[in-house]
Design a protein around this ligand. Structure first.
Ligand SMILES: *[C@@H]1O[C@H](CO)[C@@H](O)[C@H](O)[C@H]1NC(C)=O
Length: 423
């Protein structure tokens, strides 16, 4: 059997669940008014504090700066029966250093967020090939920095529009458009992010993302083009289209792509199909501290996972997260919320636009859905072409009752919570 050990400071079975309802503090007008995560430094700090970072250089108390004790900037994670360890050597038991540094800053009234991660998970993982690399007896990291949660109306693309004119960063009008937007694995190129968001990225201490096998022998991802965001535990979130241009979970033939390729994934719904990089493509219950973290199991050997990834994800989602919670952030600086609405139900196809996001007051955020593209489909806001579905998936967004959005809007976004400790 597998064993698992991790030196987590603040997650103990007896720890109280600390919930701070921002909505209750900020909403002075109406209980139905949306109270989203804003672009303030305070909200940015609240969000990163609710994540499982390993190093918070801008916090003040020592145990907030170093959640794993002393002055250690990483978490040591140990798991058995993975096969090849993150240092390229096969052993019965692997240990690795997970590094995930997070900081928010404010400059001239503009909040920015910086993240440094080696994308190694704080849980066991499984796959027969391309085992994740990234830690030997030390770690190397990928880094990102961008404006935090810039409202769409402040982006370059919205310049000159009146408040009554709709603004879409992505507009999809034909089958070719939607396939190009949602089925191209490299759609998330940083170059197409709105200029006002000013995103920068680099490798280790290098000022560019150029793979240098001498300086960073364990970092294998040649560019960030397939990364759409970073999850609350530091694991990369990849585009909903795999390297062959299909949905990894429910692939379907389309156009000239006539050989659907389904990927191998583990019972955390994580994948490692390319570049020796572990990633999520849909919501993973292992983003939270649950029992599945402790064992390396392929999805096909887990009865519930093998029966239905969608049911499995919900079965293992902790009860406490069944509300609107941030589970990560996208490469355009927007928040990615979990799969549940404020009413405890899953986000529905008509709740989101073509990019899998929606407005939360003046702010735009992506949400995790149980249909493709699962987390971030394109840079939003996007339009809502309800008659078009992406060709590469047998599990597309299918919005047939457009009035649904309006009915649920007010109730579903009220009161976004930050969950500071689980279990
Ligand atoms: C997994 O599902 C497939 C198809 O539904 C089935 O043929 C197979 O027996 C299942 N495997 C296990 C271990 O339950």
């Amino acid at each position: 059997m597998s064993t698992f050990r991790t030196n987590q400071r603040f997650i103990s079975k007896s720890a109280a669940i600390a919930l701070i309802a921002l909505g209750l503090i900020k909403s002075t007008v109406s209980r139905n008014e949306a109270t989203p995560i804003t672009d303030s430094l305070k909200d940015c700090n609240m969000m990163i504090r609710s994540f499982e970072g390993t190093y918070y250089p801008t916090f003040s108390a020592s145990n907030d700066i170093y959640p794993y004790g002393g002055t250690q900037r990483f978490e040591v994670v140990t798991c058995s029966n993975l096969g090849v360890c993150p240092d390229t050597v096969s052993r019965t038991t692997c240990s690795w250093q997970r590094y995930y540094s997070l900081q928010c800053a404010e400059n001239q009234g503009q909040t920015s967020i910086s993240a440094y991660t080696n994308s190694l998970p704080n849980h066991c993982y499984w796959g027969t090939q391309y085992q994740p690399y990234g830690s030997r007896n030390e770690f190397s990291y990928y880094s990102f920095s961008f404006k935090f949660n810039l409202p769409p109306r402040q982006t370059t693309g919205a310049t000159g529009l009146t408040i009554n004119q709709a603004y879409y960063q992505t507009t999809v009008e034909s089958q070719a458009d939607i396939d190009l937007a949602l089925c191209d694995p490299n759609w998330a190129r940083t170059a197409i992010i709105d200029g006002a968001i000013s995103n920068t990225e680099a490798l280790g201490s290098q000022q560019s993302w150029t793979i240098n096998t001498g300086a960073y022998p364990l970092l294998r991802l040649p560019s960030s083009d397939q990364i759409v965001g970073i999850s609350r535990n530091g694991v990369f979130i990849f585009s909903g289209a795999n390297e062959n241009g299909y949905d990894s979970f429910f692939p379907q033939a389309y156009g000239v792509n006539q050989n659907p390729v389904k990927n191998e994934f583990d019972h955390c719904l994580g994948l490692q199909n390319t570049f020796n990089t572990y990633r999520y493509v849909m919501f993973s219950p292992c983003m939270y501290d649950i029992s599945l973290r402790k064992e390396a199991v392929p999805c096909i050997l887990s009865p519930s996972c093998n029966a239905s990834v969608i049911d499995h994800a919900q079965l293992y989602a902790p009860r406490q997260i069944k509300t609107v919670l941030p589970i990560g952030f996208a490469k355009d600086g927007r928040v990615i919320y979990g799969p549940y609405r404020q009413d405890g139900n899953l986000w529905q196809p008509c709740d989101v636009d073509v990019c899998n996001g929606r407005m939360f007051g003046d702010f735009y955020g992506y949400v995790a859905t149980m249909f493709h593209p699962y987390m971030v489909g394109c840079w939003g806001p996007g339009n809502s072409p309800n008659k078009l579905t992406a060709g590469c998936t047998a599990n597309p967004r299918l919005c047939t009752q457009a009035t649904y959005v309006n009915n649920f809007m007010a109730a579903s976004v009220f009161g976004i919570l930050f969950l500071f400790a689980l279990f």
